[in-house]
Design a protein around this ligand. Structure first.
Ligand SMILES: [Fe+2]
Length: 134
């Protein structure tokens, strides 16, 4: 996967973190043709989960700072998103064979749909805050 400017929500700190996540998924994707072990995939996913938790905390702090109306709903989505990747990790640990290409498809839409459908709303709210301030 790669970053497109259309993914930007207009908040540099959050956009940079989203780029970092795109980068992590891309690296995993790029490693697939050489063949990766379940252990290596699990390592990459753990990394993604950790960074995602850090990133979601940043978003939640920002939402709380600007009094974002849908914060509780958005936080619930974050819990669900992290849970989805943890479920994959648990399955991997149980020895379940996963289709790595499906995994990349999943992670790509997992990230992009959330940015497009939800995080963009934070960007919009930020814009309004800036307008009132100005
Ligand atoms: Fe979010």
């Amino acid at each position: 996967m790669e970053w497109y400017e259309s993914y930007s929500i207009g908040v540099p700190q959050i956009d940079d973190q989203h780029k970092e996540l795109v980068d992590m998924i891309s690296k995993l994707q790029a490693s697939l043709p050489q063949g990766v072990s379940a252990k290596e995939i699990a390592e990459a996913l753990k990394f993604i989960v950790n960074y995602t938790q850090y990133h979601f905390k940043s978003e939640e702090d920002l939402m709380s700072k600007i009094g974002f109306a849908e914060i509780e709903y958005h936080k619930k989505l974050h819990v669900k998103l992290v849970g989805q990747v943890i479920d994959i990790l648990v399955n991997l640990k149980k020895g379940k064979i996963i289709d790595t290409y499906e995994l990349i498809d999943f992670l790509t839409s997992w990230l992009i749909n959330h940015i497009r459908n939800e995080d963009k709303k934070i960007g919009k709210a930020m814009e309004e805050v800036e307008t009132y301030k100005g």
